[in-house]
Design a protein around this ligand. Structure first.
Ligand SMILES: Cc1cc2nc3c(=O)[nH]c(=O)nc-3n(C[C@H](O)[C@H](O)[C@H](O)COP(=O)(O)OP(=O)(O)OC[C@H]3O[C@@H](n4cnc5c(N)ncnc54)[C@H](O)[C@@H]3O)c2cc1C
Length: 380
């Protein structure tokens, strides 16, 4: 029985098992965890050794931080931040490479897929604020690498850590980019939310954008389009799913004990939103999306240099570009009502009722404030 805060659901253990006795199974909260068939297990302990939590070696030792955005306005518009992912991905595809990233499947659940053309990159573009299913991405990456194809693997820090442990070898042709993730919400809550939306509109969903920029990058909207041409387009702070995500009430337990934050990271490059850029570098802010880019390795530097002509770019300091410790290096705090929240989930309560769990009592608010102050002090 594993401690849930020590499992990021990366699937490395299930793929490394020589007798295939580990299956990823969904728990009551909707997250995937390895389940071992003890009758088949040969006790080789490969699954324990491959686990990135506690076993990870990071050889990167230097970082350089930049602020930038893609000069291609159409792609930037469709990207969550400054469209940096698309530039790195196009560069890989131009070299006959393969790009792995998070896409919606036919039911709008989120999974990791491989694409080989620039047209298909639109599937990966844009943040999907749900933990993505990795399925058999790791063995597929390995196959492409062994066939001498360049591979760009993009995802959360824990997904990249799991991949590196699974491969157990430095491949010259592997490039990795992680997003500045603060935590991944439960796929079960996402499914419940979508079911409610489909019932409300009584129509199938055709398109979803978590980060529609029609009213600006900072004031982005959640946009859901239905088959009968109606649309639900609402500012992120009014949307219930985003409220639960940003309130940190429906995140995977391991996100509250994240081992993959801090810099330099295990990935070659880290990308995120450059929130607060209007104060720090106002000339880099036109409210269409600006990214923070952290180069963690020589390959990260190579990727950035290859696309520099397509970017508006400035060098920055890491501390100024990412002033919030919970983004840069510390895990986000567990919401005090998380247990109550998931009890309501089990009872099948409505999204409105789940959202009500976000309200904190006075004592909880005071405790959160004290913890926040200590966290800020610890980060200084
Ligand atoms: C769950 C999550 C939490 C995040 N939290 C923060 C945060 O707190 N602060 C911050 O600055 N930035 C955060 N980001 C990153 C930010 O939202 C953008 O993804 C990032 O800035 C890249 O933007 P882009 O414009 O370059 O590319 P885009 O085209 O917008 O992003 C595409 C990239 O995001 C990846 N991606 C999308 N959804 C997922 C997913 N569910 N799991 C893994 N990878 C995914 C794709 O594989 C691709 O690499 C988060 C992203 C995710 C997915």
């Amino acid at each position: 029985m594993i401690n849930k805060k020590d499992c990021c659901g990366c699937t490395a253990c299930s793929h490394i098992c020589p007798v295939k006795c580990i299956e990823m199974k969904e728990d009551k909260e909707g997250f995937l965890y390895p389940a071992v068939d003890n009758e088949k297990c040969i006790h080789c302990h490969k699954c324990e050794r491959v686990c990135p939590i506690g076993n990870l070696i990071n050889y990167n030792n230097e970082t350089k931080t930049f602020i930038g955005y893609n000069k291609n306005e159409a792609i930037r518009e469709k990207s969550s931040s400054g469209g940096i992912f698309s530039l790195a991905a196009e560069w890989i595809i131009e070299q006959n490479g393969v790009v792995f990233g998070a896409a919606f499947d036919e039911d709008f659940e989120v999974c990791q897929i491989a694409v080989e053309t620039k047209e298909e990159l639109s599937k990966l573009r844009g943040s999907k604020y749900v933990q993505s299913r990795l399925e058999d991405a790791y063995p597929k990456v390995q196959q492409y690498l062994e066939n001498n194809r360049k591979v760009l693997f993009t995802g959360t820090g824990c997904q990249i850590a799991g991949l590196k442990k699974y491969l157990n070898k430095d491949y010259e042709n592997l490039y990795t980019v992680d997003v500045l993730c603060h935590g991944v919400p439960s796929p079960k809550i996402w499914k419940m939310y979508l079911e409610e939306k489909k019932k409300q509109y009584n129509a199938p969903i055709q398109k979803i954008e978590f980060r529609n920029k029609e009213s600006g990058w900072k004031n982005f909207s959640v946009n859901i389009e239905f088959a009968d041409n109606r649309r639900y387009c609402i500012k992120f702070y009014e949307d219930k799913f985003m409220q639960m995500f940003l309130g940190n009430i429906d995140l995977r337990p391991s996100c509250h004990n994240c081992r993959f934050k801090g810099f330099p990271r295990i990935s070659d490059m880290t990308i995120g939103d450059s929130w607060g850029i209007e104060n720090y570098m106002p000339d880099m802010d036109d409210d269409r999306g600006t990214s923070v880019i952290v180069v963690n390795s020589l390959k990260g530097k190579q990727m950035l240099e290859a696309v520099v002509g397509s970017l508006n770019l400035k060098e920055a300091s890491l501390d100024k570009a990412l002033p919030k410790a919970e983004i840069r290096k510390q895990s986000v705090e567990i919401h005090p009502n998380r247990v109550k929240f998931f009890k309501c989930v089990e009872k099948g309560e409505s999204i409105d009722a789940l959202c009500a769990c976000l309200s904190k009592s006075l004592i909880q608010k005071v405790l959160s404030l004290i913890r926040y102050i200590f966290m800020r002090l610890g980060a200084l």
